[in-house]
Write a protein that binds this ligand. Structure first.
Ligand code: AMP
Length: 415
């Protein structure tokens, strides 16, 4: 039987990797400009971190975690998201007191046992930020603006920001009661998931994607009318800060998101080019997560975006980012090959991307250089070796020049 990668996972092959590098490079540059520092956490954590952090009743914890027991009998889980790990690390290393600021970012693979489809995988990659210890609405606007900035820098068109506020422990019970009252007996006509959520998480009913459930909820008034004054003021301030930056947004009173820890602001950056899985980036405020993981009250806000979906959009714009070979060397004869091996080594140490040919067949070697999109070819045969020169051919113009070997590095670097 032919071996393949597990269902819901995929190899990222060389023809696509430059897009991944670009996304990672652009993100890293911007995180630095916005003063976020990187934290790398383990890919697996104790299961309890996620059951306590994300919430027992969420889809992720109920159905999607890759949980296993190690040989020491510990229950471990492949991380389904990054926020809980950052918070664990923040608490474990007392980062509140040891760092000058508490703005962090992370990137890497996440794992969820979901039904694979276009844009949805079981192993996928997220890049995310977390700003811990801030109640300031300017922080919510800052992370949203940062998300948009990354996608702008990558050149992705037609994205929009959707934003909402899901309230806080003061007004959440009022909102939930309103949802229950509004639905009343109709709840039996909603899908199984919504029926289950009726008691545990009525808020999540709002963002059910099923047509029938959506129809039942269409007449419901905006939940923001049930917000407490602090939540209203906070939301208004976030919107004002977005306005002053010129960030456009749509308010969607039904945007709830799948993780239990969100309070107040929730947002998504969506693309209409992604089909059903249209969210590129999701995030919000999570003022009580640090507490639920054993820390003191530490409000926070963050986002995560998916690299796979970002690559899908980038692919429509560019196939790859150019990272062509500068020089392909064609040695003719074994002593020349050995000499070229040394030249190649020196060029690489001088920062030049180059490759050494393998056979003496000139025609086949030129074909190979062409396939590798080499900018220059260096021909080095017996005669050239005697004269201590190489023939450098510009593959675009066809122009050939003789270059003294002693000046090769300088010449190539100057091209
Ligand atoms: P979440 O952690 O669910 O808030 O998701 C944040 C972002 O991660 C989404 O907007 C997607 O871009 C990406 N994402 C989440 N789940 C998956 C998945 N199963 N496959 C691919 N990307 C995902």
């Amino acid at each position: 039987m032919k071996l393949t990668s597990p269902r819901g996972t995929k190899d990222i092959l060389p023809d696509e990797i430059s897009l991944w590098h670009e996304i990672e490079q652009v993100s890293r540059d911007l995180f630095d400009r916005y003063n976020f520092d990187e934290i790398r956490t383990p890919i697996f954590e104790s299961t309890e971190l996620f059951t306590r952090g994300i919430g027992d009743n969420t889809d992720i914890v109920e159905k999607e975690m890759y949980t296993f027991e190690d040989k020491g009998g510990r229950s471990l889980t492949l991380r389904p998201e990054g926020t809980a790990s950052i918070v664990r690390s923040y608490l474990e290393h007392n980062l509140e007191h040891t760092q000058t600021h508490t703005k962090f970012y992370y990137s890497g693979p996440m794992f969820r046992y979901e039904r694979p489809q276009a844009g949805r995988f079981r192993q996928f990659h997220q890049i995310g930020v977390e700003h811990l210890n801030t109640t300031d609405p300017i922080s919510d606007a800052e992370v949203i603006a940062l998300g948009i900035h990354i996608f702008d820098e990558l050149g992705l068109p037609d994205l929009s920001v959707t934003i909402n506020s899901v309230g806080c422990p003061t007004c959440r019970p009022v909102i939930e009661e309103r949802i229950k009252q509004f639905l009343g007996d109709s709840i039996t006509k909603l899908c199984g998931d919504c029926q289950r959520r009726y008691n545990e998480q009525p808020l999540r009913i709002l963002d059910c994607k099923k047509e029938t459930c959506r129809n039942y909820l269409s007449g419901m008034k905006d939940i923001r009318s049930s917000h407490c004054q602090e939540c209203r003021d906070h939301f208004e301030a976030v919107l004002e800060y977005l306005d002053v930056l010129g960030v456009e947004f749509n308010i969607d009173p039904k945007l709830v998101r799948g993780l239990d820890y969100y309070t107040r602001t929730t947002f998504e950056i969506v693309s209409n080019k992604l089909g059903a899985q249209n969210a590129l980036c999701g995030g919000g405020r999570y003022d009580y997560l640090v507490e639920s993981l054993g820390g003191k009250h530490t409000p926070a806000v963050g986002f995560a975006f998916g690299e796979e979906r970002t690559v899908m959009l980038l692919k429509d714009l560019v196939e790859t980012y150019e990272n062509a070979l500068k020089v392909y060397m064609i040695p003719l004869g074994q002593p020349q090959r050995c000499k070229c091996f040394v030249l190649e080594n020196n060029l690489r140490r001088a920062g030049v991307k180059c490759e050494l040919g393998t056979t003496d067949n000139l025609k086949a070697q030129f074909k190979k250089a062409d396939r590798m999109k080499a900018q220059y070819v260096l021909i080095f045969g017996e005669e050239e070796a005697e004269r201590n020169i190489g023939i450098l051919k510009n593959m675009k113009t066809g122009e050939q020049t003789e270059v003294p070997i002693t000046k090769l590095e300088k010449t190539i670097k100057g091209l």
